[in-house]
Design a binder for this molecule. Structure first.
Ligand code: ZN
Length: 238
């Protein structure tokens, strides 16, 4: 069963578990450790936590759009999104933690009170995809689980529910195909049908446990994967 085949209740549960997982990693960091680096080039933990908070706020705007029919985009522009994160990173540690808690609670409230019509209403993501508002659950799920790893203090893809690793790998391969990337690349997760990103000759095979292959594909490093071929770094997917 894929994430999208699950009931709304089950999907919300996985998103909330991801939020708790992120919150747990965050609570283990001291205020001064928030100045430290993340797995994302150029972003400190302050930037990352501010981003995860503002992402929840942006998804609240999509839920508002779905409920009211009044178009409220996730972000005004990519520049506005970037500026917001840069400014958020300069807040005090307490304010950054507060931003995270507050936006998480707001999004959860929007989800708890959404009508059936609102869940089905179409909204547009920052990437320009038109999706039902229920897609915000997957969008948030991806964010909180991956960024918990990006905090760099013990988060692991192996801790993700299997359905999240699977969904992520699927998304990543879909993005590569759309951008014409990853030609000749085959992802072979243990016990699963290998995924050839493109038709034609295989030039590189990446093999390992599902979580390790997903981690590699997401650009978060080659940890216990076997790479046979020339492509040691994955194409970008976002
Ligand atoms: Zn993000």
């Amino acid at each position: 069963m894929t994430f999208h085949d699950m009931s709304l209740v089950e999907r919300l549960l996985i998103a909330r578990r991801g939020t708790s997982y992120f919150a747990q990693r965050l609570s283990e960091l001291t205020d001064s450790e928030l100045d430290g680096e993340t797995l994302l080039a150029g972003w400190t933990r302050r930037h990352l936590v501010a981003h995860v908070g503002y992402n929840a706020a942006a998804l609240c705007r999509l839920m508002d759009w779905a409920s009211s029919g009044v178009e409220t985009p996730m972000y005004e522009s990519p520049e506005q999104r970037g500026r917001e994160i840069d400014e958020g990173a300069t807040l005090s540690a307490a304010a950054i933690r507060n931003l995270f808690d507050h936006t998480v609670a707001r999004l959860d409230e929007k989800w708890r009170t959404a009508s059936e019509a609102a869940w089905a209403a179409e909204v547009r993501t920052a990437q320009g995809r038109t999706v039902p508002a229920s897609e915000t659950i997957w969008m948030r799920t991806r964010e909180v689980w991956i960024h918990a790893v990006d905090l760099g203090n013990g988060g692991r893809f192996a801790d993700f529910p299997e359905v999240v690793d699977e969904g992520l790998l699927n998304d990543i391969v879909g993005m590569w195909r759309k951008k014409g990337e990853g030609s000749g690349l085959v992802l072979a997760a243990d016990g699963r049908e290998p995924i050839a990103v493109t038709d034609g000759a295989t030039t590189t095979t990446v093999r390992g446990r599902l979580e390790a292959v997903t981690r590699w594909a997401a650009g978060r490093g080659a940890v216990v994967v076997d790479i046979v071929g020339e492509q040691h770094t994955p194409p970008r997917w976002l």
